[in-house]
Structures are given as structure tokens and as C-alpha cells.
Ligand binder design. Sequence first.
Ligand SMILES: Cc1cc2nc3c(=O)[nH]c(=O)nc-3n(C[C@H](O)[C@H](O)[C@H](O)COP(=O)(O)OP(=O)(O)OC[C@H]3O[C@@H](n4cnc5c(N)ncnc54)[C@H](O)[C@@H]3O)c2cc1C
Length: 409
Amino acid sequence: MLEVDVAVIGGGAAGLAAAIKAAENSKVILLDRNDELGGVLPQCIHDGFGNFIFKKMLTGPEYTQFFIDKIEDLPVDVKLETTVIDIKKDKRIIAISREGLLEIQAKAVVLAMGCRERTRNQILIPGYRPAGIYTAGTAQRLINIDGILPGRRVVILGSGDIGLIMARRFKLEGAEVIGVYEIQSSPNGLPRNIVQCLEDYNIPLHLSHTVVNIHGLKRVEGVTVAKVDGNLQPIKGTEQFIPCDTLILAVGLIPENELSKEIGIPIDTVTGGPFVDNYMETMIPGFFACGNVVQVYDLVDDVTLTGEIAGRYASFYAKGILNQTRRIPVFRGRGIDRVVPQFIREDSKDVTLYLRVKNIIRDAKIYVRDPNDNIIYETKRRIVKPAVMEKIRFTLKGFYGNLTVGVER
Ligand SMILES: Cc1cc2nc3c(=O)[nH]c(=O)nc-3n(C[C@H](O)[C@H](O)[C@H](O)COP(=O)(O)OP(=O)(O)OC[C@H]3O[C@@H](n4cnc5c(N)ncnc54)[C@H](O)[C@@H]3O)c2cc1C
């Protein structure tokens, strides 16, 4: 059995950052089921990565290469094509690799398994099951890694960033992109992607619309789209048949927490990821989590930052120098859909919270209140939207008790 201080599960942006940080003072192993490091980044050949960390827009492969080069200079034991199938509460890890079954005993574990895409089954679109229906990530991999164009007349369902980026990608490859259909009344992706991926390429965006049927026996021959009402239900009489040979589903991501659940780590049903404190420690001591396994972040820079935090404190835990202090809960107040971390260590000073609001609010004020309703921090935004993750940073000047984050006009 291998013995290490810190085991990092997943070698995407989060896991790479965690392993690099932990290796500053610990013996580290990094395990990934893929045959290369970087997670989703090697297939993201568009630019838009690293604006905050590197102060320039890199492609996914460029961004990840910086960290791969770094890790190659460190004594981190990187094991690719190695899938972790079980983790025990005592931090014994079972993985399958080409060499067979691998057993690792770690003192601390960093969970960095990322997330997976929602599929047709999860959004219950009726109709036949012909070829030509892909999740956006699969289509991206086919085009950017395997050099295969999976369709010529394309409908995209979902206006999150991945849907927008794939709309442009298909167009650049010469396919006809008939339109992006979005069930919500406002787009889900970053504003810069609406402009750069749709408007610049004259790709129509149909808000408050969804796909209600898929046609075709062997290959997709078309889809029926319909307008939806305020409850997101299709409105009778608005159905329209759209001929196409490909339907791309960009309908959301789900943090991959099967392993976390097996360990018994408490999961926040809103984010789909483990509850964490501001050291990215989960509710089970010695298990840390970072990146998209915690929640779906908008920007890779923030994924990397959470990885660095998790790696640093996992190594402190492994060395026995991490104090287990009391945690103050951070509650979702008025207008807030989610907040991460959900707990803050009471000995913390500088705190960063990531949050999403429930509704679009112009001239918004985001605030943090203590249990006596005193505002301990506030900041203004011209506009806040559910599609755009907000990040606030403040300094704690003493002990406050429970904190509540809210937003109002
Ligand atoms: C299409 C697309 C476009 C994007 N565009 C941008 C952009 O323009 N700008 C930006 O800043 N961000 C962008 N992002 C977001 C950014 O790429 C991600 O937030 C970030 O890369 C996620 O990193 P991660 O390490 O959390 O997860 P991942 O990259 O998903 O890595 C998780 C890793 O864990 C491994 N793993 C999972 N389970 C196991 C297991 N049981 N055993 C072993 N290994 C396992 C997986 O193989 C994978 O390598 C985009 C994302 C996508 C999908």
C-alpha cells in the first residue's frame, strides 16, 4: 500500500492547483482517470481563461500547460488512467489503473472531481432516440480533440457558456447553427459570451423557448420547439418544427460527488457539492474539496484559487498543524440563491464569498449582516444576474457569530 500525506482526486484546474500547493511541504499523489492532465481544459481551445491570474486571455490548453509544467518540476506522484472507485473514512483510497488495483493510505484527501453534464434523461425530452443528440461537452471533444464534426444543421438547447461557445464553434467549422433556445427569460451565460459567440456571428437566441420533441428514427430530422410560460411550461399552439440533424444539449452541469456521498460527506442540495468552510475543508475533518466538485464556478481562475486553498490546508492537516476551530455558518439571506463557502472559521480574518443571486437586480447592494442585523460589509453593483457569479471579499474585525448575506436594490 502506498502511503502519502495528501491524495488529490482529479487533475483538472482545481486538482493541479491543490497538488502544487500541497507539494510545498507534503508528499503528494495526484490521481486522474483521463490519459492527460487538465480535466476539461485541453478541449476548451477558445480563449477566455486566466484573465485574473495571468492578466491575459489564454486558451484552455495554454492555461493548463502552465500548471502541468509546474507540477512536472515537483516531486508529485502523478498517476493517469487511474480511476478512484472508493474512499474510506480513514482516508484509504482504492483506485483501478492499468497496473491493477491500487491502494493508497493518505493523511488528507482533496476532492477535485469536477462536474458532469446533464443529459436528455435528466430534462425529460420526449421523442425517439436517434443519433445526433450530444451534450455540448461531448460535441466539443469530438470537434476539438478528435477532429470530427458531429452535425451540419444544429440546434442548441441552453444558453449557458458551454452552449454559447459550442454555437460559435459549430459556425466556425462551417455548420449551420439555426439558433440557441433558452427556457429562461434571460440568457444563462456570461455577457461577454453572448456578444462574442452569438451576436458577432448572427446566431439567433430564442429566450423563453424549449425543445418539446425530437424527430427522426435513425438520425435526428428535426425538433419541435415551443414558447414557455412564467412557470416554464410549454404554451399550447406555439409549437414550431425546426428541421435539423443535430441537437446539442447545454442544459447544466452537476458536481460529481458520488465518492463524496459514499464517504458520508454532507452535501449542500443547492450547490450539489459538499458544504465547505473557507479553508475548503468539508464537514469531515481531513477531507477538502475544490473547483467544480464544490459548485459550478464561472471562471477557471476561481477554480484554481479554491484548489490552492484546499491544497495548502490539506497539507497543514496532514502535518498536524491545522487547528480545528469553531465554524460560523454563512446563511443565504434575501435574494441569494447560493453562497460558498457555507462556513467560516472563527479565527479567519480575510474572507471571500462566492454567491449567485435569485433574480436580476439593477443598482444592487450586496451586504453581510451579523446576528444583531448590523451590516458588517456592503458593496454596490450596477446590475447582478443569476447567470453571473458574484465574489465579495471582506475582513472580519472580531467575532460576529452567524453571518447572513443578502442583496437588495
Ligand atoms: C465548454 C467550457 C467552456 C469554458 N469556458 C471557460 C472560459 O472561457 N473561461 C473560464 O475561466 N472558464 C471556462 N470554463 C470553466 C472551467 O474550464 C472550469 O471551471 C474548470 O476547468 C473546472 O476545473 P475542475 O478541476 O474543477 O474540473 P475538471 O476540469 O472537470 O476536472 C476534474 C477531473 O477529475 C477527474 N476525475 C473525476 N472523477 C474521478 C475519479 N473517480 N477518479 C479519478 N479522476 C477523476 C476527471 O477525469 C477530470 O480530469 C469552461 C468550461 C467548459 C466545460
